[in-house]
Design a protein around this ligand. Structure first.
Ligand code: JFZ
Length: 428
């Protein structure tokens, strides 16, 4: 009888908490910023009433007909790129819904395209083992019920009704999770005054009650207005920069490949080495990376973005063991690079191309084996005081880090967080 009771308690407790384990193990997500604004090539939401007059912006949907859109092709690319979850902008600050919303006619069914884009992406993702998720903006600069408008929240509306707006937010987010089996909601648009602490707490309470296992980010919290001890999201969201090393609470860096989130013709793109460096800095800090694509108005992912994603996927096909299912550390990361760990294995991902010796001052474990995982390089290790010295030699890879695998005599997670290397260049 006692065993049964324990099983019930365990099942209830595990069912009652957000399923953050899949999220941290997945490590890499595909952000998709897309909507009728792709017809103008300006920033989604922010260009409404700025570079694009409001009336023109709000009429773009009448011409939005992305006939080249192919969710299976997009998710094939996502798979080849190594993404494990996908986060399309179901509804951004401009209020346009990429799915047939029960709460508004300003949605994909009002366009010439008339197909449920979110359903097609979610189904294609699930078919390939990619977790379907979605971005959702709490603010809506177009809705008459949301008190602030464009440009960028700088105008006020007379007959706004924030209570009604929050009912729409709860109804739409509930619909998104239920209809598309979403594993995570990536909230945004939480920083303006109408979204008070009280509204944030009430919304979180209701959403968590409906979906106890759903993962949500920290932008569900009314930024700058929450009190210490308030409940909040399940992971932090540093944007356009790599988050600090942190193994105590989950976090995810979101990053564009170019300068703009939404499609911009002739955008300026990062190099593959820059993308891989961002990936390495993020996962060695124990974070996830949410890397963005901005499809064009025809429904195509621009070739420059495709090329970068395939390059990343080729690297991950060779070295994904040092990324997926790992945690950051035990050595703190830095300009030298960083480490990831799984079981008794530690991977050193060395970004500093001049570093051919790494002296780690502390390692309370024995190293059973040490070997380079990149062709053309060798690695060796020796104990040094309370730590180890790792030596690298050979030709560094064209792009991405040198990778060394250390196998220890104990579980690497039990080591906690240890100082990074004190010396990375050759002595003398
Ligand atoms: C937000 C969105 O505004 C942006 O369009 C994109 O979707 C990104 C992932 O998330 O980024 C922000 C949010 C708030 C501010 C700036 C960018 N702000 O308050 O200055």
């Amino acid at each position: 009888m006692v065993a049964t009771l324990a099983a019930v308690v365990l099942a209830a407790s595990s069912a009652a908490s957000p399923d953050i384990a899949w999220f941290q193990s997945a490590r890499l997500g595909m952000f998709i910023h897309w909507g009728p604004v792709a017809l103008r090539g300006t920033e989604i939401g922010w260009s409404r009433g700025a570079q694009v007059p409001v009336e023109e912006y709000d009429s773009l949907y009448l011409r939005f007909n992305p006939t080249a859109f192919d969710a299976d092709a997009w998710m094939d690319l996502a798979k080849r790129a190594g993404f494990r979850y996908v986060v399309p902008t179901a509804k951004h600050h401009d209020g346009f819904c990429l799915w047939p919303s029960s709460q508004t006619d300003y949605d994909i069914m009002a366009t010439p395209f008339r197909r449920d884009i979110l359903a097609e992406i979610s189904a294609a993702a699930r078919k390939r083992g990619i977790a379907p998720c979605s971005y959702y903006s709490i603010l809506d600069w177009r809705s008459p019920d949301y008190p602030l408008g464009s440009p960028g929240g700088k105008t006020a509306k007379e007959n706004a009704n924030m209570d009604r707006h929050m009912q729409v937010v709860l109804a739409e987010t509930t619909e998104l999770v239920r209809r598309y089996g979403l594993k995570m909601l990536w909230f945004d648009g939480q920083w303006e005054a109408p979204y008070t602490r009280e509204r944030s707490l009430a919304f979180q309470r209701e959403l968590r009650a409906r979906f106890p296992k759903l993962v949500v980010n920290n932008r569900i919290e009314a930024s700058g207005r929450m009190q210490p001890g308030d409940p909040g999201g399940d992971f932090a969201t540093p944007e356009q920069h790599v988050g600090e090393y942190n193994t105590k609470s989950p976090w995810e860096t979101c990053m564009t490949l170019g300068d703009q989130w939404a499609y911009r013709p002739n955008d300026r793109y990062k190099s593959l080495d820059q993308v891989l460096t961002i990936l390495v800095q993020t996962v060695t800090g124990d974070g996830n990376l949410l890397l963005n694509v901005g499809p064009d108005a025809e429904g195509r992912i621009p070739p420059e973005q495709t090329k970068l994603l395939l390059g990343m996927g080729q690297w991950l096909a060779r070295h994904g063991q040092a990324v997926y299912g790992t945690r950051g550390g035990p050595f703190r990361n830095g300009a030298w690079g960083g480490a990831t760990r799984r079981g008794r294995t530690v991977f050193l991902l060395v970004l500093d191309r001049k570093a051919d010796q790494l002296s780690f001052p502390e390692l309370p474990a024995r190293v059973r084996s040490c070997r380079s995982l990149v062709p053309g390089m060798t690695a060796s290790v020796e104990t040094e005081g309370h730590g180890i010295r790792v030596r690298l030699s050979g030709t560094r890879p064209e792009v991405g880090p040198a990778i060394i695998r250390l196998d220890l005599d104990r579980d690497a997670w039990s080591l906690g967080d240890l100082p990074g290397p004190t010396q990375t260049a050759a002595a003398g």
